[in-house]
Design a protein around this ligand. Sequence first.
Ligand code: COI
Length: 356
Amino acid sequence: MMKIKLEKAEDHELKLKPNENALGFGNHFTDHMFVMTYDQGQGWHDAEICKYKDFSLDPAAMVLHYGQAIFEGLKAYRGKDDQIFLFRPTANLERINASATRMCMPEVPVADVLKALKQLLELEREWIPRAAGSTLYIRPTMIATEAGLGVRPAKRFLFFIILCPVGAYYAEGFNPVKIFVTDKYVRAVRGGVGQAKTAGNYAASIMAAVEAKQQGYTQVLWLDAIERKYVEEVGTMNIFFKIDDELITPALNGSILPGITRDSVLRLTRDWGLKVTEREISIDEIIAANARGGLQEIFGTGTAAVISPVGSLHYKDQDYTINGGKTGQLAQRLFDEMQAIQYGRQPDPYDWMIKV
Ligand code: COI
């Protein structure tokens, strides 16, 4: 097992905790973080839990130029009897390793990183919020730190985990969001890096998101990059459609992020006996189903977004109201069930939760 050095912040350096009822998303960071360094030929070394602080990076650090950067998002929950739970952390660590492989970056040792994360959470226990619906968001990240301007895999990397007490990701909370379907921009193309959780995918999404926001929409729904016809994902979440009592989500095709909440929703709904299908689904099929009254619900799934009902779609200069603009029954049931499992209020038949 990896040895982890501990360097605690001094008492006078500890930050004031933010108001738990106004956390927002991604605004506050805890007192400590986990870091480790990778050097080719040496592997991961110098694992340390230390004070949350600035990094010092060479201006030629390869991440700054060619974007070898990958990350994850998972959450710690304060549940029954003040117990702390993690939701499927191994799935996140396996996914960062899949992203690493795609981006020519080194894999992390999953068991060691999980151990380090638990140790960090124990130290930061007081940062895990108590307010209903709030959590401690966990952001494992890896960047190329070798100085160099040749376009090739770096030989030196930094992996770190930072923690962030959060409320709902969208200002709407658990309320229907308005989604802009873009056929002007694309997020990712098959054969590209769409299925990797790499920084560039998010950078590429910002312009469309800004334009959508200017027009009053919360998020962008991406279509496939070749025909601009098949639905992919929202970028901050995967997407599900309930049509004629069947739950449909785009099949993983290489350009869609394989969401862990997506996977959990598939598992739950199949166990509930719903008809569930992963396949290509075109935006035209969705608009047509809506026109004939067959489209019952749309919702997104994600770690940050949890379950997010979609109240309207905008496509080609037209707005379509979904389910009367209200939260659908299935989205509500999934939200309740997922939260009940995650906060430990309900038995977890899937062994998804890990006690810290
Ligand atoms: C997450 O849901 O954890 C994400 O990473 C999506 C977004 C906040 C970038």
